[in-house]
Design a protein around this ligand. Sequence first.
Ligand code: F6P
Length: 547
Amino acid sequence: MSDTPNLTRRPEWTALEDHRAEGLAQLRELFATDPGRAERYVVRVGDLRVDYSKHLITDETLALLQELATATDVFGLRDAMFRGEKINLTEDRAVLHTALRAPADAVVEVDGENVVPQVHAVLDKMGRFADRVRSGEWTGHTGRRIRNVVNIGIGGSDLGPAMAYEALRAFTDRSLTLRFVSNVDGSDLHEAVRDLDPAETLFIVASKTFTTIETITNATSARSWLLNGLGGEEKAVARHFVALSTNGGKVTEFGIDPDNMFEFWDWVGGRYSYDSAIGLSLMIAIGPDRFREMLDGFRIVDEHFRTAPAQANAPLLLGLLGIWYGNFLGAQSHAVLPYSHYLSKFTAYLQQLDMESNGKSVQRDGRPVEWQTGPVVWGTPGTNGQHAYYQLIHQGTKLIPADFIGFAKPVAELSDELKAQHDLLMANLFAQGQALAFGKTPDEVRAEGVPEELVTHKTFKGNHPTTTILAKELTPSVLGQLIALYEHKVFVQGAVWNIDSFDQWGVELGKVLARRVEPALTEGAEVPGLDASTAALVAAYRELKEV
Ligand code: F6P
């Protein structure tokens, strides 16, 4: 049994409870009494301007939260992570996604070995391959140029490259078609390849373990599709399949040439992996130079997180704000609302990053937690959400802290008319933050001549907390900065909650049960010990299937 005091019994925790009990800060009042707040509660990191002025906090709240971070040794764990210590306790692994973007002359050791040279060797190999595909030098089995790239992977082996490809579309080679297949639902692969020519299609099979059933099943079907289309010649596979994995043995077993494998390592978590070899599809799309610019962006925020003082450390601040809402104000979820169409998959990516990392209910030593851990993360790009679920954020009964992300300039080669729409997009972002923070009082509603019976309906109580992250434009570097910001925010929260943010045992049971149940669906096999509810569902399914 650990002698680490339980979080909620620490004096720094109870001090925050007492502070909360004194009453909740009101944003209208906070801004009215502190003219410098809008500038003071801003932290700049790289190209990001992170404005946290619209949070229900005072200097005292921040000081108390920082004391909690000190007491829980967040920076000690951070340094251990950067040093390559095995802070993923349940898997006995180092957590070194930061080494994926370390400069070539850095030294980061795992078990006494500097891993940086391997990282750069793989990056160089990816770069050579990406250039060959982009230039047309790498051809398919029949000698035709590759025009389509299909990434097959799931979770961290899909969400990162799929999100980043979408985010950086304006930087992609538009003559290439990129598709991402993840779902074991056969319609995913069907739709992805139905209009493609196998002779011009490259499959990238992305799987850290190379045992994930969805990915291996889809890759097997993709191989059949390819061979059917190319006359069944097995040796075509070598020109049309490459693998991204830590598991060379399984890659070879699958029939992919080890020369066509791009390696990464067990110290890269799946949800922290898209800047490893897992980013190959993205690198083919945007080119190696842009990919490296993205890594530079990650590195800017890594350095900031490693060195900035607590008061100006953006990931620390964002992490602590989440703790304030989740642990002291009862918030259950966190909305991430990018005002960029290119960030349409950003929140889905963050869902895995945050919820798979911090969806835990035992402490690092195995004791149960007695406090809330990771929030439900959700959201879609503005302005669409405004016409759907923002109503609940404005006037519902739940406290939903939100992040707005926006850019001063549109990146794409838009017509002047479409470019002009950008101001309208951003006006909406600013207006939402304003409405959420300051609301509209009953007196203000009355002053507009609203009949008394409608006043409560048209009142906005406001005081909804938001962070606004602004940058000039969505470049590869800025995307890297944003992702690293959220990675380290998630880290901070896991450290305070004393949970292992780097394992994911919670996904295992479902996988095991699916394997057990599948024969009942396909062959009607008896599954020993199957519960009555699942047995009835299986029977109903089989009956419907036969009709
Ligand atoms: O099941 C969860 C998970 O292990 C994720 O953590 C991971 O990103 C995903 O599955 C895919 O795993 P792999 O890359 O090994 O196929």
